[in-house]
Design a protein around this ligand. Structure first.
Ligand code: AMP
Length: 301
């Protein structure tokens, strides 16, 4: 059985319910969302999540929710005295905005114990992390994580990375772009979104994004671009997959995260890359037609 490990931060989510002033508690976060879709739709993959949580009741609730999604939590670290990060969704005239309380979350310390990291990574074949995973760590933790991933890659494991550029999580854009390229340098599979890449790396088109990540060392690069065609590159062979058009988009949260889950499943099952990308577009298409990060989608054909 293929063993998948995602590394990052899962947060408590408060989403407005039908009654004004009432909120519903959920759990989500970019790398976690990808793990969630993989576990839900591809039960033949062993999915594990690596993060750090606190020792309070909310942390325990999160752990139980992760386990209930069919995700292994045996490598989740516990940091006494801290708690999990939280975000709240505000609806203003139908527009969603997000407020975050994650500056002191336990997940910020997820790379503090290199042995715990190494042992989680040793039990996986495919390891997935993101630019948000890098953003929440201090410099030393980031270096520690990148070192563990580099060694894992040398040992023959596959590393997948979504740059997920979030400038507000970084002290400045230069620090962000530098760390992102360090993440890309330890990765076999890079899964960027063109809009962000164009803005922060001045890529003139998706080809330029693919060139940059190929040069950084990835053998597979897949450039998402909202409703526009997805560019895929595997060892220099390029193709473009048009995104099936949608007329009714409800909420684009986790479009990229679910896309990544389907693409990685396709690669795990050695599907032709174009086919994996099309399936990823179909899954993301279902997800943007539902509310929230975790949409209870059904298995694709
Ligand atoms: P993004 O990260 O925004 O580039 O989106 C990831 C994936 O979600 C895209 O490659 C599409 O498959 C899907 N997606 C995002 N926005 C749309 C849209 N407006 N219409 C259809 N599919 C979309």
């Amino acid at each position: 059985m293929m063993r998948f490990l995602a590394i990052g931060e899962c947060m408590a989510e408060l989403a407005p319910s039908a009654t004004p002033g009432d909120y519903r508690l959920g759990f989500a976060g970019d790398t976690f969302n990808t793990a969630w879709y993989l576990a839900r739709l591809w039960p033949e993959v062993a999915v594990s999540y690596f993060t750090a949580i606190g020792s309070d009741a909310m942390s325990t609730q999160m752990l139980v929710a992760i386990q209930a999604s069919g995700i292994d939590t045996s490598h989740v670290q516990k940091v006494p005295g801290r708690s999990v990060g939280l975000y709240l969704i505000c609806l203003t005239n139908g527009e969603r905005s997000f407020s975050y309380w994650r500056g002191q979350s336990a997940a910020r310390l997820l790379a503090d114990d290199p042995e715990a990291l190494a042992s989680a990574v040793a039990g996986a074949d495919l390891i997935y992390f993101s630019g948000i995973t890098l953003a929440i760590l201090e410099e030393a933790g980031r270096a520690r994580l990148l070192n563990v991933l580099k060694s894992a890659r040398t040992a023959g494991k596959t590393i997948a990375f979504d740059p997920n550029l979030r400038p507000h999580l970084w002290s400045d854009p230069a620090q962000m772009t530098k760390a992102i390229m360090q993440g890309a340098a330890v990765s076999d599979i890079t899964l960027p979104s063109f809009e962000d890449e164009a803005r922060w790396f001045q890529d003139k088109d998706p080809e330029a994004t693919a060139d940059r990540y190929t040069k950084a060392g990835a053998s597979t690069v897949i450039v998402k671009n909202g409703p526009d065609p997805v560019l895929h590159d595997q060892a220099g062979a390029r193709g473009r997959i048009p995104v099936p058009p949608l007329t009714h988009i409800v909420d684009t949260t986790a479009a990229g995260d679910s896309f990544n889950a389907a693409v990685l499943a396709g690669l795990i099952f050695q599907k032709p890359l174009g086919e994996a990308v099309l399936q990823a577009c179909q899954l993301a298409g279902q997800v943007v037609q539902g509310k929230g990060a975790l949409v209870p989608v059904e298995r694709l054909p």
